[in-house]
Design a protein around this ligand. Structure first.
Ligand SMILES: N[C@@H](CCC(=O)N[C@@H](CS)C(=O)NCC(=O)O)C(=O)O
Length: 211
């Protein structure tokens, strides 16, 4: 493996976007394996050896193999030099504050309501229809966002006061995912999202992730 000894597996989803975006922010070159979910490409012997749970994204950094988009984005942010203005915490309290955002996005937004809606709406042909669960997940997502907005000042450019961070990558990719599910996003939050997606790294990553 060349190119910084780094390989990224997976394109085409909000989760794979996180790895590509983080690497675009850091201007790190890598080897790309553009496999997609539910194409059979996550079920090859080679891939199952890397991730027996057959999900994308996965990265290989030398001999180190890592799955889970939030873990990947955090690992990359701490492994390669961060660009100016990109916040990587250096002490436990700031790391914990960043983790609070990361776990909130990944558990209360991404893994639970958004993925439930996707499974039982867009992927209902695989996972079955569950209209009541979909409606309830939609309400749950909106309630979580409403709670979050109580401490979300107008004009916010990043979730961490120190600047753009992994938390924003997780949040904005989740909001993009919510938009594809036609979930309404409050204006203030949409304005935050619209400011962040102006970043050149976001655009470069989208070209790689959604060719
Ligand atoms: N929690 C994981 C979720 C990854 C995930 O669910 N990936 C889906 C696509 S969005 C996938 O690879 N599905 C393929 C399969 O189930 O075979 C992450 O954040 O990386």
């Amino acid at each position: 493996m060349s190119k910084n000894d780094l390989r990224v597996w997976g394109i085409g989803t909000a989760r794979t976007m996180r790895a590509h975006w983080m690497l675009a922010e850091m201007d790190v070159d890598y080897d790309l394996r553009p496999i997609g979910p539910r194409t059979g490409e996550t079920l090859t012997e080679e891939y199952l050896r890397l991730n027996p749970r057959h999900k994308v994204p996965v990265i290989e950094h030398g001999p180190f193999v890592l799955a889970e988009s939030a873990a990947i984005a955090n690992y990359l942010s701490e492994t390669f030099p961060a660009p100016e203005g990109f916040f990587v915490p250096g002490d436990p309290a700031r790391r914990a504050a960043l983790n609070e955002w990361c776990f909130f996005v990944m558990t209360e937004l991404d893994a639970h309501p958004l993925y439930l809606i996707r499974r039982h709406l867009q992927l209902a042909h695989i996972y079955g229809e569950a209209p009541h669960a979909v409606e309830s997940a939609r309400e749950y997502f909106c309630e979580q966002i409403d709670g979050m907005m109580k401490k979300f000042p107008d004009g916010m450019d990043s979730l961490m006061p120190e600047g753009m961070s992994v938390a924003d990558i997780l949040m904005v990719t989740s909001l993009d995912y919510a938009l594809t599910l036609e979930i309404p996003i409050p204006d203030l939050l949409m304005a935050y999202r619209d400011r962040i997606v102006e970043r050149p790294a976001y655009r470069r990553a989208r070209e790689i992730n959604f060719p």
